[in-house]
Design a protein around this ligand. Structure first.
Ligand SMILES: [Ca+2]
Length: 285
């Protein structure tokens, strides 16, 4: 069954844009990155004074231009933007390539509510029907309100269950109902109630549910701006979305940043790499 966000708004039509093995590799790299970044940093940081730690973190960020978090962002991006069917194919490709289950690797490198939510997404169980249920949206909105704003502390599991399993059209309706009940946008409640990578992940899901091309345009912009280009992210988004919604991503990019993806690629890349990316991009608007 076709899912809602697999459209015909791609730019490349002569080779397959979605490759489970490419995604599996990207996830593997991201997961290893999480382990490496955090373990290296923690092992360095626990043996230094506070003043030394501050300097090391500054130097680390200057050297790598990223600090920690880049790997988490890649993982979040893939797990929030692939369809349930694609997630199942990615898990199979992952197992074939690495002889370990994706869930086991996520489990060993992440923790807490972030881990729980990633595992739920990796299962590929998000509802993909296009029908929306108004009563369910009201009920879920109330559950979210009771799990966060309307109590001391937060019931994180309720957020995970609803945001990781309901369809995106259903979530959009739920967010409207949520605003009616709480007089707040769900984004503001997530920022107030949750923290760290778990907060980042749920905000990414909300952004995807509201407007996935805009979410990916923002990710592309982050990959292209600043010193050095994040080729890992740039390649992945351009190739994986080229047959799906790259035209919409281009339009959102132009709308938000005032210049085209095409011109950003031209100014940030060079040589055969630039030529290939521009061909995938398809046009300067
Ligand atoms: Ca609360």
């Amino acid at each position: 069954m076709a899912s809602l966000w697999v459209g015909h708004r791609g730019t490349v039509h002569d080779y397959p844009g979605f490759s489970p093995s490419v995604d599996a590799e990207a996830i593997r790299k991201a997961i290893r990155g999480i382990g490496t970044d955090e373990k290296t940093l923690i092992s360095i940081l626990t043996e230094r004074t506070n003043a030394q730690r501050q300097r090391i973190v500054q130097e680390y960020q200057a050297a790598y231009g990223k600090g920690t978090g880049t790997s988490e962002h890649a993982l979040i991006e893939i797990l929030t933007t692939r369809t349930s069917r694609q997630m199942k194919e990615i898990s199979q490709a992952y197992y074939t390539a690495y002889k370990k289950s994706l869930g086991d690797d996520i489990s060993s490198e992440t923790s807490g509510d972030f881990r729980k939510a990633l595992l739920t997404l990796a299962d590929g169980r998000r509802d993909e029907s296009l029908k929306v249920d108004e009563q369910l949206a009201k009920k879920d909105a109330q559950i979210l309100y009771n799990a966060g704003e309307n109590r001391w502390g937060t019931d994180e599991d309720k957020f995970t269950e609803i945001l990781c399993l309901r369809s995106f059209p259903q979530l959009k309706l739920t967010f409207d109902e949520y605003r009616n009940i709480s007089q707040k946008d769900i984004e503001d409640s997530i920022k107030g109630e949750l923290s760290g990578h778990f907060e980042d992940l749920l905000l990414a899901i909300v952004h995807c549910a509201r407007n996935m091309p805009a979410f990916l345009a923002e990710r592309l912009h982050q990959a292209l701006k600043g010193a050095g280009t994040d080729e890992f992210t740039l390649n992945r988004i351009m190739v994986s979305r080229s047959e799906m919604d790259l035209l919409d991503i281009r339009a959102e990019f132009k709308k938000h940043y005032g210049y085209s993806v095409y011109s950003a690629i031209k100014s940030d890349t060079s040589g055969d790499y630039e030529i290939t990316l521009l061909k995938i991009c398809g046009g300067d608007d």
